[in-house]
Structure formats: C-alpha cells, structure tokens
Ligand binder design. Structure first.
Ligand SMILES: *Cc1c(COP(=O)(O)O)cnc(C)c1O
Length: 462
C-alpha cells in the first residue's frame, strides 16, 4: 500500500513515512493510493473476530509488510489492552432502532484513545526501529491532549509537549493532562485561546529549520493512522448490530468537528461495509451541516457550546472527502483549496451536491436542544449521554427512518463534561479513575502566547 496526497504533489510513500509526514509536504492530506475492497465473504469471516483481531486484519491491509504481522499484532494488542471493557467498543441498545456505540472505555474516557493509543505505540515502534528520538508537539482543546499524553507517557524515545488554553478546558480534561508526572511529558498552559495554541503550533511546524532540528511530529487528526484506527469500530459495531443478518444496512450518526471520525466511517463504507447513511451531527458551529444542505463550505462566527471538542469552524479532514467527491482528481482539489484560501469559501455544483447528499444527511444541534436530549434520554432510558454524544443522538432522532437501525457514536464519557450536565441538575458519580485525579498534584507551566516563549520552553525540554 502506498499513500498519495490529495493535492498530488508528493511522490507515493509507504505507511511509516505517511504517519511520520502527518500533513502532506504539498499542503494536502495523505490518502491510500487504492482503497482495499472487501468481499462479502471476507465480511462474513470477520464477523466473529474480537476487536483486536479485527483491527489487525484491517491494519494489515494498509500497512502491507512494512511491519511484520507478529509485530503489528503486538502493537494492536498493547493498544487495546488498556481499555476497560473486554469488547473495547461495546454497543448498547436503547430501543428497537437505536444503539449507542460506546467509544469511551479507553484511558482518558474519550474516543480519541482508540486512535492515539495505537499511534503512541506506533511512534514508539518507529523510534526503536530507526533508533531516533520522536518529539511530539500538539495543541488541544481538551480531549486530544489528554489522550495523546496517555498514549506515549513513559515511552522511551518519545517526548511530548501539549499546549492547552489556560483555564479553558474542562476540569477533568485539565487534570487528565496535568497530573501526569512522567519526565517525557510537558504541559504548557497558554494564556490565550485554543486558536492561539493552534496558530503557534502551525507556525512552529512551518519553521522548517526548527522542525527538522528537533524532529517535530504531529498528533492532530489529519494523521492517516488515526483515520485507519477509527474505521475498525464501524465494522465492529456493524457486526454486533446485524449479527444474524449480514445483508442488513445500518445508519451511523456521528458527532463531528474536524470530519475525522465521520471520514473513517466514509472510508469503511468505501471498503464495502454496507452503511446505509452517515448522519453528520454538528453543534451550533455548523459549517458542515450547511455544506451538506446547501453545497457551500464557509466558516461562520465561532460559537462556544456544551460540546467544545466540536467547536470547529474549519474541518481539517474535509479535504480528504473532497478528494473522493471529485473522483480522486488532485488537480481539482488543489484548485478548490486555492479558491478557499483566496475567497474564504467553497461552492460546489448541483451534481456534486447531489452526491454529497447521497453520502450524508446532516443536522446541527442547538445548545438547549443538546441539554434537552441529555435530560430526555436520562429520564426515558436511565442512560446518561455526554454533550457530544447528545448531538449525535439528537441528529439520529431527527433524521433516522422508522424501521431502520441507527447507531449513534458515543465519543466521550459524561464524567468529562460534568459542568454542562449539572445544568440539568443531573448528579453523576465519577468513575474511580477520574475521581482519583482530584487528589493528585498538577504539573504544568503557564506561559504567555508568543512563539518565542514556547520555543524557549521546548528547547529546554527537548
Ligand atoms: C474530537 C471529538 C469529536 C469530534 O471528532 P472529529 O474527528 O473532530 O470529527 C467529538 N466528540 C468528542 C468527545 C471529541 O473529543
């Protein structure tokens, strides 16, 4: 398997080079040169596999023989052994038509663990094999940072520095990041917003001399390894739901921010998984909802919501979808992205809009509606949704067709977002692992938001 850029100006590269490159050198995103096509026979065979076995089969298709199978198996097993549920991503039935796919049983109680436990082990493997140090630099609005740190803490050959906006992440998210005291972890708490943090990271990565001198690597959701890891649970959930009837089609409802998670579903569908429809759920930051409904991709004003991990105006994985929408035509994608840069918006033609609408349905959830959904499901099913999951469930309620099976992806444990859930006077008991965080000392350095200050910290740390 080789990987190419959505903008067509990178020579095809192998799997390990692709994960190390992160963002493609020509500014595009890396995608597999060919999408593996699964026969009905293969799907049938995969039905009885455990999560880790299934992950191994899927990764094997994309890694080729760059990592020997026994070593890949070890990486996969290590990555999912840290999950608290034997099924890794169990599916819970709420009523006849609606299921919840629980993706929050990893170390930091959010779905990002599924990809970042694997990516952490993969980086560690590459560091051992190539005898080189890997320095990870990232910015987080909360979940990614905690998950990335948990994926690499204590690992030899890797150091990680995560920037988060000071005082602007949830208490549990802050504790998850800053109570880690491993020597290879540096938390910088930046006096500014998440956008400031992202801008600093972007500029440091663009400083080629600095980037190369310190071997900087990224962990954001544009890394192709993260997408591949996330396709696995679509298959796994599908098999759990249809068990007896392999021909049945299933709809997935996906709370979306950067278009990463839902793109993984799109890829699973392209591989041959009989997904009926992908429901794209947004919060009030609804650029993607507007795109699916109107064919116009244009950032709006930023809105703070109860689902902060989806408070995103420009979806970093969206370009991967454009690549397939335009028949894998890298020139067309380049032209569209140039136009986006110049004019701040993308408008697609009517025939393309039709294609988009056959791939996705979309619904944007308002703030109060999100909390209403939490209250409703808590009362009706004694099931507590986190605010991100509630967006997915609310969208499923609006758009699902009677008699069809819909699986809503649950991307975080409610304990991570207690501040919002309390607004509806719902009391929850924290899982013991989260409760324990409140008694631990915190390790973080509070810094101003200038590049030079951050650089100074990094130079000392690396
Ligand atoms: C990151 C995140 C999302 C959005 O995922 P994308 O891949 O950015 O679409 C949704 N919910 C939670 C809890 C998250 O952490």
């Amino acid at each position: 398997m080789e990987y190419i850029s959505t903008r067509g100006k990178v020579e095809p590269i192998g799997f390990i080079d692709a994960i190390l490159m992160g963002l493609a050198d020509d500014g595009g995103l890396l995608v597999p040169k060919h999408i593996p096509q699964l026969s009905a026979d293969t799907l049938q065979k995969w039905q009885k596999l455990s999560y880790s076995e299934l992950a191994l089969e899927i990764f094997s298709l994309y890694v080729n023989n760059e990592i020997p199978r026994d070593e890949l198996k070890q990486l996969v097993d290590d990555s999912y052994a840290t999950f608290r549920d034997d099924a890794v991503t169990p599916v819970k039935r709420l009523n006849d038509g609606t299921y919840v796919l629980e993706l929050f049983h990893g170390p930091t109680f959010a779905f990002k663990d599924i990809a970042l436990q694997f990516l952490g082990n993969l980086y560690s493997y590459v560091s051992r094999k190539t005898n080189s140090i890997i320095h990870i630099l990232g910015a987080t609005s909360g979940d990614t940072g905690a998950s990335a740190i948990e994926g690499v803490r204590g690992k030899e050959g890797i150091r990680i520095c995560i920037l988060h906006p000071h005082g602007k992440v949830s208490k549990v998210q802050e504790l998850q990041m800053t109570t880690v005291d491993d020597a290879n972890v540096l938390n910088l708490s930046v006096d500014g917003t998440f956008d400031d943090c992202q801008r600093i990271i972007k500029e440091l990565f663009a400083d080629v001399e600095f980037k190369h001198r310190y071997h900087l690597r990224a962990i954001n959701s544009i890394n192709i390894a993260r997408i591949l890891a996330q396709t696995v649970y679509y298959f796994y959930a599908y098999f759990q739901v249809v068990n007896s009837n392999p021909a049945e089609k299933v709809t997935f409802s996906v709370p979306t921010g950067n278009f990463g998670d839902i793109f993984a579903g799109y890829l699973a569908q392209k591989m041959g998984l009989p997904i009926h429809k992908l429901i794209l759920a947004t919060n009030e930051n609804n650029i993607l909802e507007r795109f699916v409904k109107e064919g116009v991709y244009q950032p709006g004003a930023f809105r703070g919501t109860y689902s902060p991990s989806m408070d995103i105006q420009v979806a970093s994985n969206f370009e991967r979808y454009l690549f397939y929408l335009y028949g894998e035509d890298a020139q067309a994608v380049s032209a569209i992205m140039d136009q986006f840069k110049a004019e701040g918006r993308i408008v697609i033609a009517a025939d393309k809009l039709q294609a988009v609408q056959s791939d996705f349905a979309a619904y944007g959830v308002q703030n109060e509606e999100c909390l209403d959904t939490i209250s409703e499901y808590y009362e009706k099913y004694a099931y507590l949704l986190d605010p991100h999951t509630a967006c997915g469930v609310a969208a499923a309620d609006k758009l699902a067709v009677d008699g069809e099976v819909t699986v809503a992806l649950s991307t975080a444990h409610p304990a991570k977002f207690d501040e919002s859930i309390r607004l509806r006077s719902i009391e929850q008991t924290y899982p013991q692992q989260i409760q324990a965080l409140f008694d631990k000392p915190q390790f973080q350095t509070i810094v101003g938001g200038t590049n030079d200050e951050i650089k100074d910290q990094l130079v000392k740390f690396f």
